[in-house]
Write a protein that binds this ligand. Structure first.
Ligand code: ADP
Length: 245
């Protein structure tokens, strides 16, 4: 479903991603962990072409791109972005639209679906994320956790092959985190293909098929949760896990 080969990205002279290769199989959840500034967000943004890699290839769903320093035109970006849905740390909901309108926006405006169809799908998705009673509320009437669940429903509404999560719970008050993680766990168990950047180690242990530890732009360690957490091979991973857990 996702095949990444030799991906590199610099900002000016700063090499943020160094020759990263990674496969994520269909229906699996890959969790990316690592210290702040190690390149996790940049990696995720490359998968959505919010950042353009300097070199390497990305195959995602039905699209494949090789990067050689060329400009990527908007049509190609749009096609590529249709493969994935992104859930951001800061939800990014439209403040003047209700939960349901936020979820309907993409299908209606971008995909040209009828309002009736988008409403039906939107209601089903909001039910799935536990927000049936809040569909007509505006973001400011919802808790952070509820807003993030709208964000997940909105990403799902576009029917992506893959969901990308960039620290989806790190802006939330601690008591709101578990509802969001529960929705993500359910999606994972239903066979959604997901790449999740998070500091929630219990989620990584519990839900990930693969855990990837990135440090300083490199994949240092990569394996099952059991491999990475119980049979840690690399000193840098051990130090990180000791600090965070
Ligand atoms: P993480 O998600 O692991 O915290 P990031 O991918 O956000 O790491 O950042 C990796 C490094 O790249 C950091 O040193 C950050 O300052 C730098 N960086 C990220 N985005 C940009 C940008 N748009 N311009 C310049 N430097 C950036």
């Amino acid at each position: 479903m996702i095949r990444i080969e030799n991906l590199s990205k610099k900002f000016d002279q700063h090499e943020v991603l160094k020759d990263i290769s990674l496969n994520v199989d269909k229906g699996t959840t890959a969790v990316i962990i690592g210290p702040s500034g190690s390149g996790k967000t940049t990696f995720l943004r490359c998968l959505n072409l919010l950042e353009i890699p300097d070199s390497g290839t990305i195959e995602l769903g039905k699209e494949k791109l090789a990067f050689k320093g060329q400009k990527i035109n908007e049509k190609v970006k749009t096609r590529f972005r249709k493969q994935s849905g992104m859930v951001f740390q800061s939800y990014n909901l439209f403040p003047h639209k209700t939960a349901l309108e936020n979820v309907m926006e993409g299908p209606v405006i971008v995909q040209g679906k009828s309002k009736e169809e988008a409403r039906e799908t939107g209601l089903a998705l909001l039910e799935k994320v536990g927000l049936s009673n809040h569909v007509d509320k505006y973001p400011h009437q919802l808790s952070g956790g509820q807003q993030q669940r709208v964000g997940i429903a909105r990403a799902m509404a576009m029917g992506p092959e893959v969901l990308l999560f960039d620290e989806p719970t790190s802006a939330l008050d601690p008591e709101l985190v578990s509802d969001v993680l529960k929705v993500m766990k359910d999606l994972s168990e239903e066979g959604m293909t997901m790449v999740v950047v998070t500091h929630e180690m219990s989620f990584a242990r519990d839900v990930a098929d693969e855990v990837i530890f990135i440090d300083n732009g490199n994949i240092v360690e990569h394996g099952s949760p059991n491999d990475v957490f119980e049979h840690t091979r690399h000193e840098r991973t051990k130090q990180f896990l000791n600090r965070i857990e």
